[in-house]
Write a protein that binds this ligand. Structure first.
Ligand code: V1P
Ligand code: CA
Ligand code: ZN
Length: 380
Protein backbone atom coordinates (compact mmCIF):
# COMPACT_ATOMS: atom_id res chain seq x y z
CA UNK A 1 0.00 0.00 0.00
CA UNK A 2 2.60 2.48 -1.12
CA UNK A 3 0.32 5.33 -2.12
CA UNK A 4 1.16 7.68 0.74
CA UNK A 5 -2.49 8.45 1.39
CA UNK A 6 -2.12 8.05 5.10
CA UNK A 7 -0.64 10.19 7.80
CA UNK A 8 1.87 7.64 9.07
CA UNK A 9 4.63 5.96 7.07
CA UNK A 10 6.17 2.84 8.61
CA UNK A 11 9.49 1.41 7.51
CA UNK A 12 10.53 -2.18 8.05
CA UNK A 13 12.73 -4.39 5.91
CA UNK A 14 12.45 -8.14 6.49
CA UNK A 15 16.21 -8.53 6.20
CA UNK A 16 16.80 -6.52 9.37
CA UNK A 17 15.71 -9.28 11.74
CA UNK A 18 18.23 -11.69 10.21
CA UNK A 19 21.32 -9.74 11.37
CA UNK A 20 23.06 -11.07 14.45
CA UNK A 21 25.64 -9.40 16.72
CA UNK A 22 26.34 -12.69 18.58
CA UNK A 23 24.41 -14.99 20.88
CA UNK A 24 25.91 -13.31 23.97
CA UNK A 25 25.63 -9.72 22.73
CA UNK A 26 22.70 -7.76 24.29
CA UNK A 27 21.75 -6.04 21.00
CA UNK A 28 19.27 -8.25 19.14
CA UNK A 29 17.97 -7.04 15.75
CA UNK A 30 15.33 -9.78 16.14
CA UNK A 31 13.47 -7.44 18.53
CA UNK A 32 12.56 -5.26 15.52
CA UNK A 33 11.28 -8.32 13.61
CA UNK A 34 9.13 -9.24 16.63
CA UNK A 35 7.87 -5.65 16.79
CA UNK A 36 6.95 -5.79 13.11
CA UNK A 37 5.11 -9.07 13.65
CA UNK A 38 3.16 -7.61 16.59
CA UNK A 39 2.35 -4.41 14.70
CA UNK A 40 0.96 -6.64 11.92
CA UNK A 41 -1.06 -8.90 14.22
CA UNK A 42 -2.59 -5.92 16.00
CA UNK A 43 -3.89 -4.92 12.55
CA UNK A 44 -2.03 -1.61 12.53
CA UNK A 45 -0.47 -1.95 9.07
CA UNK A 46 -3.78 -1.26 7.32
CA UNK A 47 -3.65 2.31 8.65
CA UNK A 48 -0.10 3.07 7.46
CA UNK A 49 1.98 3.36 4.32
CA UNK A 50 4.35 0.45 4.79
CA UNK A 51 7.70 0.74 3.05
CA UNK A 52 10.89 -1.30 2.96
CA UNK A 53 14.46 -0.83 1.78
CA UNK A 54 13.76 -1.56 -1.87
CA UNK A 55 10.94 0.99 -1.84
CA UNK A 56 13.27 3.64 -0.42
CA UNK A 57 15.97 2.74 -2.97
CA UNK A 58 13.65 2.78 -5.96
CA UNK A 59 11.14 5.50 -5.29
CA UNK A 60 12.68 7.94 -2.86
CA UNK A 61 16.42 7.91 -2.72
CA UNK A 62 19.28 5.53 -3.40
CA UNK A 63 20.72 4.97 0.03
CA UNK A 64 24.25 3.83 -0.74
CA UNK A 65 27.77 4.64 0.40
CA UNK A 66 27.36 8.21 -0.89
CA UNK A 67 24.62 8.76 1.68
CA UNK A 68 26.70 7.21 4.47
CA UNK A 69 29.67 9.46 3.63
CA UNK A 70 27.55 12.58 4.07
CA UNK A 71 28.59 12.14 7.70
CA UNK A 72 31.06 9.26 7.96
CA UNK A 73 34.61 9.31 6.60
CA UNK A 74 35.48 7.45 3.40
CA UNK A 75 38.12 5.34 5.15
CA UNK A 76 35.62 4.23 7.79
CA UNK A 77 32.88 3.32 5.28
CA UNK A 78 35.45 1.60 3.04
CA UNK A 79 36.31 -0.68 5.95
CA UNK A 80 32.63 -1.38 6.70
CA UNK A 81 32.21 -2.36 3.04
CA UNK A 82 34.93 -4.99 3.00
CA UNK A 83 35.19 -6.32 6.54
CA UNK A 84 33.75 -9.75 7.36
CA UNK A 85 34.04 -12.10 10.34
CA UNK A 86 36.24 -14.30 8.08
CA UNK A 87 38.76 -11.64 6.97
CA UNK A 88 38.87 -9.43 10.08
CA UNK A 89 42.22 -10.89 11.26
CA UNK A 90 43.87 -9.26 8.23
CA UNK A 91 42.65 -5.81 9.33
CA UNK A 92 43.54 -5.72 13.02
CA UNK A 93 44.98 -2.17 13.01
CA UNK A 94 41.93 -0.78 11.26
CA UNK A 95 39.55 -2.59 13.61
CA UNK A 96 41.32 -1.07 16.58
CA UNK A 97 41.43 2.39 14.98
CA UNK A 98 37.70 2.40 14.23
CA UNK A 99 36.71 0.74 17.54
CA UNK A 100 35.37 -2.60 16.33
CA UNK A 101 35.77 -4.10 19.77
CA UNK A 102 33.44 -6.01 22.12
CA UNK A 103 30.55 -3.53 21.86
CA UNK A 104 30.75 -3.36 18.07
CA UNK A 105 31.76 -6.76 16.69
CA UNK A 106 32.24 -7.31 12.97
CA UNK A 107 28.81 -8.50 11.83
CA UNK A 108 28.21 -10.75 8.90
CA UNK A 109 26.83 -8.48 6.09
CA UNK A 110 27.75 -5.37 8.10
CA UNK A 111 27.45 -2.98 5.15
CA UNK A 112 23.93 -4.28 4.36
CA UNK A 113 23.00 -3.88 8.02
CA UNK A 114 24.10 -0.25 7.90
CA UNK A 115 22.21 0.44 4.66
CA UNK A 116 19.06 -1.23 5.98
CA UNK A 117 19.07 0.75 9.23
CA UNK A 118 19.86 4.02 7.43
CA UNK A 119 17.33 3.56 4.61
CA UNK A 120 14.55 3.74 7.18
CA UNK A 121 15.69 7.02 8.70
CA UNK A 122 16.70 8.72 5.44
CA UNK A 123 13.53 7.38 3.79
CA UNK A 124 11.52 8.74 6.73
CA UNK A 125 13.18 12.14 6.28
CA UNK A 126 12.27 12.10 2.57
CA UNK A 127 8.59 11.26 3.06
CA UNK A 128 8.30 13.94 5.72
CA UNK A 129 10.13 16.55 3.63
CA UNK A 130 7.90 15.69 0.63
CA UNK A 131 4.87 16.16 2.91
CA UNK A 132 3.66 12.66 2.10
CA UNK A 133 3.19 11.88 5.81
CA UNK A 134 3.43 13.76 9.05
CA UNK A 135 4.77 10.87 11.11
CA UNK A 136 7.36 8.39 9.86
CA UNK A 137 8.60 5.42 11.88
CA UNK A 138 11.84 3.41 11.66
CA UNK A 139 12.26 1.11 14.66
CA UNK A 140 15.42 -0.33 13.03
CA UNK A 141 17.18 3.02 13.50
CA UNK A 142 18.16 5.23 16.41
CA UNK A 143 21.80 4.10 16.58
CA UNK A 144 22.87 7.36 18.17
CA UNK A 145 26.46 6.65 19.33
CA UNK A 146 28.19 6.19 15.94
CA UNK A 147 30.78 8.89 15.19
CA UNK A 148 32.26 10.19 11.95
CA UNK A 149 35.07 7.63 12.01
CA UNK A 150 34.23 5.37 14.90
CA UNK A 151 31.84 2.63 15.85
CA UNK A 152 30.56 2.98 19.41
CA UNK A 153 28.02 1.41 21.75
CA UNK A 154 26.51 -1.14 19.33
CA UNK A 155 26.29 1.56 16.59
CA UNK A 156 28.26 1.56 13.32
CA UNK A 157 26.59 4.30 11.29
CA UNK A 158 24.52 7.10 12.74
CA UNK A 159 21.16 6.97 10.95
CA UNK A 160 19.86 9.79 13.20
CA UNK A 161 22.56 12.17 11.91
CA UNK A 162 22.03 11.01 8.30
CA UNK A 163 18.25 11.45 8.57
CA UNK A 164 18.69 14.93 10.06
CA UNK A 165 21.15 15.90 7.29
CA UNK A 166 18.44 14.91 4.79
CA UNK A 167 15.87 17.02 6.68
CA UNK A 168 18.21 20.03 6.64
CA UNK A 169 17.95 20.13 2.83
CA UNK A 170 14.32 21.19 3.28
CA UNK A 171 13.91 22.55 6.78
CA UNK A 172 15.66 25.36 8.61
CA UNK A 173 15.41 23.94 12.13
CA UNK A 174 15.37 20.32 13.36
CA UNK A 175 14.81 19.17 16.93
CA UNK A 176 16.31 15.83 18.02
CA UNK A 177 14.89 14.38 21.28
CA UNK A 178 16.47 11.27 22.80
CA UNK A 179 14.73 9.23 25.54
CA UNK A 180 17.07 6.23 25.35
CA UNK A 181 18.71 5.78 28.79
CA UNK A 182 22.10 6.52 27.19
CA UNK A 183 23.35 9.93 26.14
CA UNK A 184 22.84 10.65 22.42
CA UNK A 185 26.50 11.60 22.08
CA UNK A 186 27.02 10.93 18.36
CA UNK A 187 24.10 13.14 17.33
CA UNK A 188 25.05 15.88 19.80
CA UNK A 189 28.66 15.89 18.58
CA UNK A 190 27.65 16.05 14.89
CA UNK A 191 25.57 19.19 15.44
CA UNK A 192 27.40 20.76 18.40
CA UNK A 193 28.43 23.84 16.41
CA UNK A 194 25.18 24.63 14.59
CA UNK A 195 22.05 26.54 15.53
CA UNK A 196 19.96 24.62 12.96
CA UNK A 197 19.75 21.41 14.97
CA UNK A 198 18.88 21.31 18.65
CA UNK A 199 19.71 18.05 20.40
CA UNK A 200 18.01 17.20 23.69
CA UNK A 201 18.95 14.01 25.53
CA UNK A 202 17.56 12.62 28.79
CA UNK A 203 19.94 10.02 30.19
CA UNK A 204 21.47 8.25 33.15
CA UNK A 205 24.63 10.12 34.04
CA UNK A 206 27.65 9.19 36.19
CA UNK A 207 29.36 5.83 35.92
CA UNK A 208 27.35 5.00 32.86
CA UNK A 209 28.10 4.55 29.18
CA UNK A 210 29.15 6.69 27.27
CA UNK A 211 29.99 9.08 30.15
CA UNK A 212 29.11 12.32 28.32
CA UNK A 213 26.02 14.55 28.56
CA UNK A 214 26.80 16.87 31.48
CA UNK A 215 24.14 19.53 32.03
CA UNK A 216 26.77 22.22 31.31
CA UNK A 217 27.44 20.80 27.83
CA UNK A 218 25.25 23.20 25.87
CA UNK A 219 26.89 23.50 22.42
CA UNK A 220 29.63 25.77 21.13
CA UNK A 221 30.09 28.78 18.78
CA UNK A 222 26.89 29.21 16.75
CA UNK A 223 25.60 26.06 18.45
CA UNK A 224 25.86 27.48 21.98
CA UNK A 225 22.52 26.81 23.77
CA UNK A 226 21.45 24.36 21.03
CA UNK A 227 22.51 21.22 22.92
CA UNK A 228 20.36 20.28 25.92
CA UNK A 229 21.39 17.58 28.40
CA UNK A 230 19.26 16.30 31.26
CA UNK A 231 21.43 14.06 33.49
CA UNK A 232 19.49 11.58 35.64
CA UNK A 233 19.97 9.01 38.39
CA UNK A 234 18.63 5.47 38.65
CA UNK A 235 14.96 4.69 39.06
CA UNK A 236 13.41 7.40 36.86
CA UNK A 237 9.65 6.78 36.95
CA UNK A 238 6.60 7.91 34.96
CA UNK A 239 5.80 10.89 37.22
CA UNK A 240 9.37 12.14 36.97
CA UNK A 241 9.67 11.89 33.18
CA UNK A 242 6.45 13.83 32.76
CA UNK A 243 7.56 16.37 35.34
CA UNK A 244 10.76 17.12 33.38
CA UNK A 245 9.75 16.42 29.76
CA UNK A 246 6.88 18.91 29.57
CA UNK A 247 8.60 22.12 30.71
CA UNK A 248 11.79 21.40 28.76
CA UNK A 249 9.94 20.56 25.54
CA UNK A 250 7.53 23.50 25.98
CA UNK A 251 10.43 25.94 26.22
CA UNK A 252 12.24 24.37 23.25
CA UNK A 253 9.07 24.55 21.15
CA UNK A 254 8.48 28.14 22.20
CA UNK A 255 12.02 29.44 21.64
CA UNK A 256 13.59 27.15 19.03
CA UNK A 257 10.37 26.58 17.02
CA UNK A 258 11.51 23.44 15.15
CA UNK A 259 10.09 22.69 11.70
CA UNK A 260 10.38 18.95 12.36
CA UNK A 261 11.23 16.62 15.26
CA UNK A 262 13.16 13.35 15.38
CA UNK A 263 12.44 11.26 18.48
CA UNK A 264 14.95 8.55 19.40
CA UNK A 265 12.78 6.17 21.42
CA UNK A 266 15.28 3.74 22.91
CA UNK A 267 13.39 1.38 25.23
CA UNK A 268 16.30 0.70 27.57
CA UNK A 269 14.72 3.45 29.71
CA UNK A 270 11.88 1.00 30.53
CA UNK A 271 11.57 -0.78 33.87
CA UNK A 272 13.34 -4.14 33.87
CA UNK A 273 15.69 -3.48 30.97
CA UNK A 274 18.69 -5.83 30.90
CA UNK A 275 21.19 -2.93 30.64
CA UNK A 276 19.10 0.00 31.86
CA UNK A 277 18.25 1.17 35.39
CA UNK A 278 15.25 3.46 34.91
CA UNK A 279 11.73 2.47 35.94
CA UNK A 280 9.40 3.73 33.21
CA UNK A 281 6.26 1.87 32.23
CA UNK A 282 5.42 1.51 28.55
CA UNK A 283 2.66 4.09 29.03
CA UNK A 284 5.12 6.45 30.72
CA UNK A 285 7.58 6.06 27.83
CA UNK A 286 4.69 6.67 25.43
CA UNK A 287 3.71 9.95 27.10
CA UNK A 288 6.77 11.52 25.45
CA UNK A 289 5.35 10.73 22.00
CA UNK A 290 1.88 11.84 22.99
CA UNK A 291 3.30 15.11 24.26
CA UNK A 292 5.37 15.81 21.15
CA UNK A 293 2.37 15.07 18.92
CA UNK A 294 0.41 17.91 20.51
CA UNK A 295 2.61 20.49 18.77
CA UNK A 296 1.50 19.45 15.28
CA UNK A 297 5.04 19.39 13.95
CA UNK A 298 6.05 16.42 11.72
CA UNK A 299 7.77 13.67 13.68
CA UNK A 300 10.25 10.95 12.75
CA UNK A 301 10.25 8.15 15.33
CA UNK A 302 13.34 5.95 15.39
CA UNK A 303 14.28 3.07 17.69
CA UNK A 304 17.49 2.77 19.71
CA UNK A 305 18.39 0.71 22.77
CA UNK A 306 16.22 -1.89 24.47
CA UNK A 307 17.68 -5.14 25.80
CA UNK A 308 14.86 -7.06 27.44
CA UNK A 309 13.69 -8.76 24.29
CA UNK A 310 10.03 -9.14 25.24
CA UNK A 311 9.56 -5.51 26.31
CA UNK A 312 10.92 -3.78 23.20
CA UNK A 313 8.16 -5.01 20.82
CA UNK A 314 5.51 -4.25 23.43
CA UNK A 315 6.65 -0.65 23.71
CA UNK A 316 7.26 0.09 20.03
CA UNK A 317 3.96 -1.56 19.02
CA UNK A 318 2.11 0.55 21.60
CA UNK A 319 3.90 3.66 20.32
CA UNK A 320 3.00 2.80 16.72
CA UNK A 321 -0.63 2.76 17.89
CA UNK A 322 -0.13 6.15 19.56
CA UNK A 323 1.29 7.56 16.33
CA UNK A 324 -1.85 6.33 14.56
CA UNK A 325 -4.34 7.28 17.28
CA UNK A 326 -5.65 3.72 17.02
CA UNK A 327 -6.15 2.14 20.47
CA UNK A 328 -5.07 -1.50 20.79
CA UNK A 329 -6.18 -4.20 23.24
CA UNK A 330 -4.00 -5.22 26.17
CA UNK A 331 -4.17 -8.93 25.25
CA UNK A 332 -1.36 -9.98 22.90
CA UNK A 333 -3.05 -11.30 19.72
CA UNK A 334 -3.25 -15.12 19.71
CA UNK A 335 -1.92 -15.40 16.17
CA UNK A 336 1.38 -13.62 16.95
CA UNK A 337 4.27 -15.74 15.59
CA UNK A 338 6.35 -14.85 18.63
CA UNK A 339 3.62 -15.29 21.24
CA UNK A 340 5.89 -17.38 23.53
CA UNK A 341 8.01 -14.29 24.19
CA UNK A 342 5.05 -12.57 25.86
CA UNK A 343 4.11 -15.24 28.40
CA UNK A 344 3.14 -15.89 31.07
CA UNK A 345 1.06 -12.69 31.09
CA UNK A 346 0.39 -12.31 27.35
CA UNK A 347 -0.41 -8.64 28.01
CA UNK A 348 0.96 -5.56 26.31
CA UNK A 349 1.36 -3.55 29.52
CA UNK A 350 3.27 -4.93 32.50
CA UNK A 351 3.71 -3.56 36.03
CA UNK A 352 6.91 -1.66 36.80
CA UNK A 353 9.37 -2.76 39.50
CA UNK A 354 9.47 -1.46 43.07
CA UNK A 355 12.92 0.11 42.67
CA UNK A 356 13.56 3.40 44.44
CA UNK A 357 13.29 6.67 42.48
CA UNK A 358 16.70 8.27 43.04
CA UNK A 359 15.78 11.48 41.26
CA UNK A 360 14.34 13.74 43.95
CA UNK A 361 11.87 16.48 43.02
CA UNK A 362 14.50 19.02 44.15
CA UNK A 363 17.16 17.53 41.91
CA UNK A 364 14.83 17.47 38.91
CA UNK A 365 13.59 21.01 39.59
CA UNK A 366 17.15 22.35 39.84
CA UNK A 367 18.01 20.83 36.47
CA UNK A 368 14.83 22.16 34.87
CA UNK A 369 15.61 25.69 36.12
CA UNK A 370 19.14 25.55 34.72
CA UNK A 371 18.01 24.19 31.35
CA UNK A 372 15.20 26.75 31.00
CA UNK A 373 17.67 29.51 31.86
CA UNK A 374 19.93 28.36 28.98
CA UNK A 375 16.98 28.09 26.60
CA UNK A 376 16.05 31.73 27.36
CA UNK A 377 19.19 32.71 25.46
CA UNK A 378 17.61 31.53 22.22
CA UNK A 379 15.64 34.22 20.53
CA UNK A 380 12.25 33.09 19.31
O1 V1P B 1 30.18 -0.02 28.91
C1 V1P B 1 30.55 -0.17 27.75
C2 V1P B 1 31.99 -0.05 27.30
C3 V1P B 1 32.64 -1.33 26.95
N1 V1P B 1 33.62 -1.14 28.02
C4 V1P B 1 34.98 -1.10 27.58
C5 V1P B 1 32.99 0.13 28.35
N2 V1P B 1 29.67 -0.42 26.79
C6 V1P B 1 28.25 -0.55 26.99
C7 V1P B 1 27.57 -0.05 25.73
C8 V1P B 1 26.13 0.28 25.86
C9 V1P B 1 25.56 0.72 24.52
C10 V1P B 1 24.14 1.23 24.55
C11 V1P B 1 23.64 1.53 23.15
C12 V1P B 1 22.34 2.32 23.06
O2 V1P B 1 22.45 3.60 23.63
C13 V1P B 1 21.92 2.56 21.60
C14 V1P B 1 21.70 1.39 20.74
O3 V1P B 1 21.32 1.67 23.76
C15 V1P B 1 27.93 -1.99 27.24
C16 V1P B 1 27.21 -2.56 28.28
C17 V1P B 1 26.57 -1.86 29.38
N3 V1P B 1 26.06 -2.60 30.34
O4 V1P B 1 26.50 -0.67 29.42
N4 V1P B 1 28.34 -3.00 26.47
C18 V1P B 1 27.87 -4.16 27.00
N5 V1P B 1 27.15 -3.88 28.11
C19 V1P B 1 28.10 -5.48 26.45
C20 V1P B 1 27.73 -6.62 27.17
C21 V1P B 1 27.96 -7.88 26.60
C22 V1P B 1 28.55 -8.00 25.37
C23 V1P B 1 28.91 -6.86 24.66
C24 V1P B 1 28.69 -5.62 25.20
CA1 CA C 1 19.04 9.69 25.91
ZN1 ZN D 1 20.70 2.98 25.13
Amino acid sequence: MNNFKQRVTYYYDEEFGTFNYSTTHPMKPLRVAITDDLVGHYGLKQYMNCIDQSFVQTYIKRVDEDVLTQFHSYEYIDLIKIITPENKCQHEDQLYRFNFMEDCPVLDRLFDFCLCQTSGSVGAACVIADQKSNIAINWSGGLHHAKQSEASGFCYVNDCVLGILELLKTYQRVLYVDIDIHHGDGVEEAFYLTDRVMTCSFHKFKEYFPGTGHIDDIGHDKGKYYAVNFPLNEGLNDDSIQFIFKPVIDKIMENFRPDVVMLQGGTDSLSGDRLGCFNLSIKGHGTCIEYLKKFNVPIIMVGGGGYTLRNVPRCWTYETSLALNVPIQDNIPDESDYKIYFGPEYKLHLPISNMEEQNSKDYLEKNIVQILENLKQINP
